[in-house]
Design a binder for this molecule. Structure first.
Ligand code: IMP
Ligand code: MG
Length: 203
């Protein structure tokens, strides 16, 4: 597996630092918005602590989400959804498809503050599909968070609340991202050698 790596784009130490900083930012925003609600009268109960409904997009966000949530000291429920856009050996999007059913999502999210989490923002089609599914359930707010964003027009112009890193417009694996189902367990975010991706190398 190590021999298939072309170069390390982001190493595990930088990932860990950024995940912690992102979690602090999210906590600040959510606790800040709870604090900005009207002050309760003395006879009312104390203000509710911030709570969120997390919607991780599987499988790619698996590792990012598991690291992120351990730095979020907030009450949360987790409702993952499975979406696939790069089936098999595809290295360009084939369009996002919901895998299986979406029974993991409650029928109503009325009043909930939702945070959707994905591994990488490329065309924005995946986040847009999931956001639509959520909006039908009438949440109070929907925020979006990705670990990586590709530096291409469609991704850079997509509205998003939290981004870990902007990366070159290249196919990457590791830290949850896969090629043909493999390489998710690499701790760093890396590119693969062109011959592994079935691409012709210059002669
Ligand atoms: P989008 O729908 O085009 O924004 O693509 C997002 C989805 O495509 C992500 O959830 C990933 O699963 C997948 N994806 C996009 N770029 C890459 C990549 O470079 N490596 C692995 N998966 C990717
Ligand atoms: Mg994905």
């Amino acid at each position: 597996m190590q021999n298939d790596i072309e170069r390390v784009l982001i190493n595990r130490g930088a990932i860990a630092d950024r995940v912690r900083a992102l979690a602090d930012e999210i906590t600040q925003d959510l606790c800040g918005s709870a604090a900005s609600l009207p002050a309760p009268s003395p006879e009312q109960d104390a203000p509710q602590p911030a709570r969120i409904t997390l919607v991780p997009i599987l499988t790619g966000s698996l590792i990012f989400v598991s690291d992120l949530i351990r730095h979020l000291p907030i009450q949360m429920q987790i409702h993952p959804v499975s979406i696939s856009s790069y089936p098999g050996t595809a290295t360009t999007s084939q369009g996002p498809k919901v895998c299986g059913d979406i029974d993991t999502l409650p029928d109503s999210l009325e009043g909930a503050d939702v945070l959707v989490i994905d591994d990488i923002l490329d065309s924005g089609n995946t986040l847009s599909l999931v956001t639509q599914l959520l909006e039908q359930r009438q949440p109070r707010s929907v925020r979006t968070c990705v670990m990586l964003r590709k530096q291409r027009l469609q991704a850079m112009s997509y509205p998003i609340d939290y981004v870990g890193f902007d990366i070159p417009d290249e196919f990457v694996v590791g830290y949850g991202l896969d090629y043909n189902g493999y390489y998710r367990n690499l701790p760093d975010i890396v590119t693969l050698r062109p011959e592994i991706l079935g691409l012709k190398t210059a002669t």
